[in-house]
Design a binder for this molecule. Structure first.
Ligand SMILES: Nc1ncnc2c1ncn2[C@@H]1O[C@H](COP(=O)(O)OP(=O)(O)OP(=O)(O)O)[C@@H](O)[C@H]1O
Length: 260
């Protein structure tokens, strides 16, 4: 679904990403791991259109999308979780969901926000979709809660819900586990699995929590010093000397890394 072909990017003299190639297969939950500074975020930024690569190409369903800005990618069906603007803390959970289609249509978000009552009143289809999302994620009990009052984990679920309000089926997840307590982490992981299994979402996930990666992802890509050094399932990667060295070399065990 997403093909990354020989992508490189430098910042000044620092080669952040070097000739990285891999494919995120349709229907997969592909992990992207590596010690701090490995180049994961830079690669995500390139895939998501936030920064251009110096060389190489990104293709989505065979179409060259290299360097396309985020809003164009949005329309082509590729989103990054934190790319959709963060929740409006003084609006309810349900209203937050209902604003997303307007944003996807390219409407001015501020304008939508100023006339949110109009959006809410007029669009029954959007209301139905928002309620479906709330039920799917099992957060309907907080639908009338102000988004600003949600816990870190509930905000992550809302983020996922906002993604579900778009037509995108390829989703880049940027550290879904960060700042989420254990209980909600299980729920978040389950939601990601169900979206993948039941609704055909393809995910590429950056995550430092190796247990979460092991639960969700196959295959897993490993980056270190800007390069792709290994790929495979988590069990085999844990035995891979190159992977172990990459983590140990930066002082992390590679088992339950907690970096940012
Ligand atoms: N805008 C920038 N300007 C200069 N250097 C940058 C910039 N963005 C990233 N880098 C550098 O590129 C390298 C790769 O950083 P990147 O954030 O992609 O790594 P990462 O694997 O995502 O790390 P982490 O797990 O800590 O988020 C690092 O050495 C970082 O300092």
């Amino acid at each position: 679904m997403i093909e990354i072909e020989r992508v490189s990017r430098a910042f000044g003299g620092l080669q952040a990403v070097r000739e990285v190639s891999f494919t995120v297969a349709t229907g997969s939950i592909t992990g992207l791991i590596g010690p701090n500074g490995a180049g994961k975020s830079t690669l995500f930024n390139i895939i998501a259109g936030s920064i251009p690569p110096d060389s190489g190409a990104i293709r989505l369903q065979g179409e060259d999308i290299t360097g396309l800005p985020t809003h164009r990618l949005f329309h082509k069906g590729l989103v990054r979780t934190f790319q959709i603007p963060h929740e409006f803390s003084r609006m309810t959970v349900r209203e937050n969901l209902m604003l997303v289609p307007a944003a996807q249509r390219g409407e001015n978000l501020l304008k939508s926000w100023l006339s949110w009552w109009k959006v809410v009143r007029e669009d029954r289809e959007i209301l139905r979709r928002a309620d479906d999302v709330l039920a799917f994620l099992e957060i309907d009990h907080v639908r009338d809660e102000l988004a600003g009052n949600l816990s870190g984990g509930q905000k992550k679920l809302l983020d996922l819900g906002r993604t579900m309000m778009t037509d995108a089926r390829a989703v880049l997840l940027d550290e879904p586990g960060a700042g989420v307590n254990r209980t909600l982490l299980g729920k978040l992981a389950e939601a990601i699995e169900r979206l993948n299994r039941e609704r055909g979402y393809t995910f590429c996930v950056i995550e430092h929590d190796m247990d979460l990666i092991a639960r969700l992802c196959d295959p897993v890509m490993v980056m270190a010093n800007g390069e792709l050094i290994a790929e495979g399932d988590m069990a085999s990667l844990r035995q891979n000397p190159q992977v172990r060295e990459a983590y140990l070399g930066t002082g992390s065990s590679g088992q339950t890394g907690t970096g940012t």
